[in-house]
Design a protein around this ligand. Structure first.
Ligand code: ADQ
Length: 464
């Protein structure tokens, strides 16, 4: 079995506390423990200077190699190009994208630096798996340094349509760099189609049989690998959640209140303002539900140094305050808006105690919350998922009420429909979604990507 080298912007160094890590980190560690592995990336620390040598921590067959970033590198690479240019652009928010020359050169500089620090740690048979938009140029940087091992890349966020991507001044170099990988993975067919469209119409490349493409003098596989969750873990967490004191408190109130739950990083791509507007419209249009339904919106702040995130936070405080001011009674609050993180078991309990899961991003690569909500439900009395058509998860979870998050009226009506839905309909919808989640788990995702890496290189011979 070849050693697995994972590279991601942030590294989740194991500290013995299982709860502290998300499902993805746990699954990646599991794979690396089996084969032996390195997990390389930013430590999450901003220091006086970028580390000259990575800090190495070794546990359970995995070496964690982490690099601190200087204030300038962090500002330009992370806050700047990754989160003020690529993130908004890839989420179709050209209006929020900022293209600064220094940020782009900082992005390239940090990718070059990561390649130079990773290079000496690599062995001949390693499989290298790079994650997400922060690190697109890393593969090309490694190739420039003479690395010939198999390198794959998985994009966790959407890949934008050609008309959007070409607004980025460095779009050609970015796609050129993507073609340095042996495998490039996307969340949905839609993302793959957008990429292939660029390859054929902008890069003069070719699509050959079996999702193998030729572009910029390289041959690689571009394919769809939809990410999922550890379904069994969420089923179990949902079942066990009754033991948590915070979940018990919520359940005590469920006798009088139907909860609608939203759980998202505080990010403008998640459609939180439109969601609150839709909830307001629902209260206006269906007054019979007033006093009987509350929205819990959990939204831990993220990327707080990026100005657009400061703005969205203020906007949401204003919006939730306005709705509560307009509709609240002395014994009822329409929106519980919480800027906090919760343990995964508590989240599972919140999901299970909520009649409706409201997941309405304006654009989302996949959206794991939608899948977690479904897995945590009580099979005998499941809630209803309302899901944006612009989340990758909508391609798989057709048992949800699929909505257009920009259409406030439609989302308001979907809320009424979900709250009034019969047990029989809820169960039918839920079972169809559970079938999907049981048939394709996080582990299956991981195995299929590693399998694709193992099959590289995608030469002409393999195509026949
Ligand atoms: P995110 O944009 O972060 O991920 P998502 O897929 O929903 O979005 O994952 C969020 C994760 O954080 C979920 O597992 C959720 O449980 C957890 N979480 C959110 N709020 C929390 C809170 N308050 N407390 C505790 N945990 C919380 C990016 C892409 C997505 C893609 C994923 C994985 O933007 O589209 O699905 O990567 O590929």
């Amino acid at each position: 079995m070849n050693r697995l080298v994972v590279v991601s912007n942030r590294v989740a160094v194991a500290n013995g506390r299982k709860q502290a890590a998300g499902g993805l980190a746990v699954a990646l560690r599991g794979a690396m423990e089996k084969s032996g592995g390195i997990w390389f990336g930013w430590s999450g620390k901003v220091a006086g200077a970028t580390s000259a040598v990575p800090t190495m921590t070794e546990t359970e067959n995995i070496v964690y190699a982490t690099v601190d970033l200087s204030r300038k590198d962090h500002k330009e690479y992370y806050n700047g190009f990754a989160n003020r240019a690529l993130w908004p652009l890839f989420h179709y928010r050209l209006d929020l994208a900022t293209f600064e020359r220094e940020d782009y050169s900082g992005y390239q500089r940090v990718n070059r630096l990561f390649a130079s620090k990773l290079n000496p740690l690599l062995e001949d048979d390693d499989l290298i798996w790079v994650h997400d938009y922060h690190l697109i140029p890393l593969g090309q940087e490694l190739r420039d340094a003479g690395i010939t091992q198999t390198i794959g890349f998985f994009l966790h966020i959407p890949f934008p349509a050609v008309e959007i991507l070409t607004a980025l001044p460095s779009h050609r170099k970015l796609v050129h760099d993507l073609c340095a990988y042996d495998v490039v993975g996307f969340q949905t067919e839609n993302d793959l189609r957008a990429f292939l469209d660029y390859i054929v119409h902008e890069a003069d490349g070719k699509v050959i049989k079996g999702n193998v493409i030729e572009a910029f003098g390289r041959r690689l596989r571009a394919d769809v690998f939809p990410i999922s969750i550890d379904t069994d873990e969420f089923v179990r967490a949902g079942l066990d959640s009754g033991k948590s004191s915070i979940v018990k408190r919520m359940q005590e109130r469920t006798e009088n209140i139907d909860w609608i739950i939203g759980v998202d990083r505080l990010d403008y791509s998640k459609g939180l303002v439109q969601r609150m507007e839709a909830f307001e419209r629902f209260l206006e249009k269906y007054p019979g539900h007033r006093g009987k339904v509350s929205l819990i919106q959990i939204a831990p702040p993220s990327r707080s140094e990026v100005p657009e995130y400061v703005e969205i936070r203020t906007e949401l405080e204003t919006e939730s305050g306005h709705i509560n001011g307009r509709f609240a009674e002395f014994d009822w609050v329409p929106i519980n808006y919480l800027n906090k993180s919760y343990a995964r078991n508590d989240l599972a309990g919140f999901y299970r105690s909520s009649r409706v899961g409201l997941v309405t991003p304006l654009r989302d690569g996949m959206n794991l919350v939608a899948k977690e909500y479904v897995a945590a439900q009580n099979p005998h009395d499941p809630g209803v998922l309302i899901l944006s058509r612009f989340a990758g998860a909508a391609r798989e979870l057709s048992g949800a009420l699929i909505v257009n998050p920009f259409d406030i009226e439609e989302v308001a009506d979907a809320l009424a429909l979900a709250l009034d839905m019969s047990l029989e309909d809820r169960r039918e919808r839920w079972m169809s979604m559970m079938k999907v989640l049981s048939g394709h788990t996080l582990d299956d995702w991981l195995k299929s990507f590693i399998d694709a890496l193992n099959r590289a290189p995608y030469t002409g011979r393999q195509l026949s």
